[in-house]
Write a protein that binds this ligand. Structure first.
Ligand code: PGA
Length: 248
């Protein structure tokens, strides 16, 4: 069965609700008819209006982070159930900007993944090594995967997705080569196999992220273990995002 590729746009801290609705209005008529999964990870305040505008389309709206508790005295934080009610169906977790700018630790990320699965919002767990860690990237990626996932029972991983994003490739214009990415993805799948069994591991989508654009997207999707892409900067323009979807 041919894989249906994923394109996840990570808007980061860009676009107000109003800008998002214009964006979606522009994007929808530009999209191809073929099969693809298109996810937009938008700022919290934009979720509700983006979800309303995307309602009759195949686009899914999600968040870029959440807290691990169901509710509680955590000023400034946001819970999975709040995201869901606002219209989010997925959430990015452990993005390198969360790990590095906000000091998110592995144990916290692990609790968030467990919470997302328990509260029925699809987690996209981001992993990847920094430039300094490049010589031992496998060790880093394995540790990030194991620490986040080792307590999750295999029967609960249905909705889980992984994004491999080498930190040196994020926002730098220096994407990994498809070969390097494929090697990392194959390794991620091997680790997932040891955690959940090979059959489950085969079905977990693994996306590549880091300077993906309309020129390079196709070459990544040719690789057997690359099931889609996570796109930051190049997703901010609806024309560019539509071109990425056309070139899968
Ligand atoms: P980039 O960001 O596409 O701008 O490199 C990717 C990401 O941070 O998810």
């Amino acid at each position: 069965m041919a894989k249906i590729p994923y394109v996840v746009a990570n808007w980061k801290m860009f676009k107000t609700s109003r800008e998002a609705t214009h964006y979606i209005e522009e994007l929808v008529p530009l999209l191809p008819k073929d099969s693809f999964h298109l996810y937009l990870a938008v700022p919290f305040t934009t979720i509700a209006s983006a979800a309303r505008f995307a309602k009759d389309t195949s686009i899914r709206i999600g968040a870029q982070n959440m807290h691990d508790a169901r509710e509680g005295a955590f000023t400034g934080e946001i819970a999975a159930l709040m995201l869901k009610e606002a219209g989010a169906s997925f959430v990015l977790l452990g993005h390198s900007e969360r790990r590095h700018h906000f000091g998110e630790e592995e144990a916290f990320i692990a609790r968030k993944v467990a919470r997302a699965l328990a509260d029925d919002i699809e987690p996209i767990l981001c992993v990847g090594e920094t430039l300094e860690e490049r010589d031992h990237s496998k060790e880093i990626v394995e540790r990030q995967l194991r620490s986040a996932l080792e307590h999750i029972p295999a029967e609960d991983v249905g909705a889980l997705k992984i994004a491999y994003e080498p930190v040196w490739a994020i926002g730098t214009g220096k994407h990994a080569t498809p070969n390097i990415a494929e090697e990392a993805h194959a390794f991620c799948r091997e680790v997932l196999g040891t955690l959940f069994g090979e059959e489950k591991a085969k079905k977990i989508p693994i996306l590549y992220g880091g300077s993906v654009n309309q020129e390079n997207v196709h070459s990544f999707l040719q690789e057997p273990n690359i099931d889609g892409v996570l796109v930051g900067g190049a997703s901010l323009d609806p024309n560019h995002l539509a071109n990425i979807v056309h070139r899968l």
